[in-house]
Design a protein around this ligand. Sequence first.
Ligand code: SF4
Ligand code: SF4
Length: 61
Amino acid sequence: MYFPNIDRTKCTKCFFCVNICPKDVFEIENDEVEVANSAQCNNCEACVAECPEDAIIVLET
Ligand code: SF4
Ligand code: SF4
């Protein structure tokens, strides 16, 4: 299992990660990125590559 962890101190809310994730792992709630479907994460790291702030790391759980 994988979990994409977002560093809130770095996130600028561009929402690129929400749009790039092929598994719809992220959702926008109250103008914040939330990890809504972590069970679907396959560690493709597209979000990591897309994030301009290096705010995401994918953890193995
Ligand atoms: S791509 Fe990075 S900076 Fe943009 S919303 Fe996602 S975590 Fe935040
Ligand atoms: S690693 Fe891939 S599947 Fe997992 S949240 Fe990021 S873009 Fe989505």
